[in-house]
Design a protein around this ligand. Structure first.
Ligand code: NAD
Length: 381
């Protein structure tokens, strides 16, 4: 490792140029005195200390094996103090949105995790990449496909790795149905149905109902789970989509979509239908194949999920999905295991989101999708 700083070394590994060194550099080894040397853990800084960071990500980072909570970025001074106390983060690893770029000099932070309103994902992901940090960006990846492209380009230019916060790709029930699809367990998939919805109540000025901050309503929030379910439920990317929008509470959902339904056509004629809403409760993935069926219900929440299939019950012990997700991303960087939710997957979903909104604007017209096949079915190694 002579002549290579810790930061440059990590990035070079992630870029794959010295992949052969991976296992020797980080595999458990023994010191000259016979004691075992600890495996390296990557430091994560959370950007945006709202509800997802506070109640899911930070607690999960107390359980992770390959990464830990190393820093935080917040615009609220009282949170700086709370987080220092609660998690023992040294003040030198806490930044504001204004001082954020100084994180480039912070060798304890390897990964920056963007957990801000959707309109801020692109700006902070790009700033993180320019600071030389690996990036996890929450879903939806950005407001537009053009923003996704800009994030992907910035990460490529900086030689850092990009992942999307699609926690379900690390979640055992989801991985089991991905396996069933990959291994053709229920035969050829002919039909998929996926719903992801919850009832939004309370402050009508919240950022999720403000299009300038969210980019859209239910579709930009829970809708990406329905899209993802349709895709991994049949194991292919769709070739076209038609969509419809409905509202029963236009006084509350003034600026953003309340309920959207969409139908996808897949190569070979498989059909999938999805629903997403901020004014209904639904949480389900069902698929029917030539030799059977499977269902997850619930399919999208923080777990435990529940599932069954024509082969029998699907059952796994519960573990924090966020813990599994962040460890999978860290393992990708440390050991070259698959990146289960790369930036290209987040971009693909934004292509579909844009096509759904376009179909609605054009009266439900079928919009052709020009997507490469093959994302999202990586085996965890
Ligand atoms: P939240 O409203 O609880 O937190 C948002 C944070 O951003 C707050 O700390 C807030 O202070 C900060 N912020 C900075 N500028 C802001 C502005 N102009 N307006 C509003 N807030 C501002 O939101 P959240 O639920 O933590 O969601 C954050 C991101 O995480 C979103 O992109 C959301 O889609 C995603 N998310 C993902 C999951 C998941 O399961 N993967 C779950 C929840 C949220």
């Amino acid at each position: 490792m002579e002549g290579i700083s810790r930061r440059t070394f990590g990035k070079t590994l992630a870029g794959g140029t010295v992949g052969g060194l991976l296992t020797t550099a980080f595999a458990p080894a023994f010191s000259a005195t016979g004691g075992s040397i600890q495996k390296k853990k990557l430091g994560i800084a959370l950007v945006g200390l709202g509800s997802y960071s506070t109640y899911q990500l930070a607690p999960a980072l107390q359980e992770t094996k390959y990464c830990y909570l190393a820093g935080a970025v917040t615009g609220t001074p009282s949170k700086e103090v709370q987080w220092q106390k609660k998690y023992g983060i040294d003040p030198t690893h806490i930044y504001t949105y204004e001082t954020f770029d100084r994180i480039a000099e912070d060798d304890d932070v390897d990964i920056v995790y963007i957990v801000l309103p959707n309109s801020m994902h692109a700006e902070f992901s790009i700033r993180a990449a320019k600071a030389g940090k690996h990036v996890i960006c929450e879903k939806p990846m950005a407001m537009t496909v053009a923003e996704c492209d800009a994030i992907i380009e910035a990460c490529k230019a900086a030689g850092v790795t990009l992942g999307v916060g699609y926690r379900l790709h690390s979640e055992p029930y989801t991985r089991e149905i991905q396996r069933m699809v990959r291994e053709n367990t229920i035969g050829d998939i002919n039909f998929v149905s996926a719903d992801a919805a919850y009832m939004s109540r309370g402050n009508p000025d919240q950022w999720r109902l403000n299009k300038a901050l969210s980019g859209g309503g239910a579709l930009m929030n829970m809708g990406v789970y329905s899209i993802q379910s349709c895709i991994y439920g049949c194991g292919k990317n769709p070739v076209s989509v038609s969509a419809q929008e409905f509202s029963t509470r236009p006084d509350y959902f003034k600026d953003t979509d309340e309920t959207i339904t969409a139908q996808f056509e897949f190569p070979g004629g498989t059909v999938a239908q999805m629903m997403t809403s901020h004014n209904a409760n639904a949480n389900r993935l069902y698929a029917s194949g030539s030799g059977g069926w499977f269902e997850l219900n619930p399919a999208n929440n923080y777990g435990p999920l529940s599932g069954q299939s024509s082969e029998g019950p699907i059952s796994f012990p519960h573990e924090s999905q966020q813990k599994l997700q962040m460890d999978d991303f860290a393992k990708h960087i440390l050991f070259g295991s698959p990146n289960l939710a790369p930036g290209e997957m987040g971009r693909r979903d934004m292509v579909i989101v844009e096509a759904i909104y376009r179909s609605i604007r054009e009266g439900g017209r079928r919009i052709a999708l020009d997507l490469p096949q093959g994302y999202g079915f990586a085996k965890r190694s």
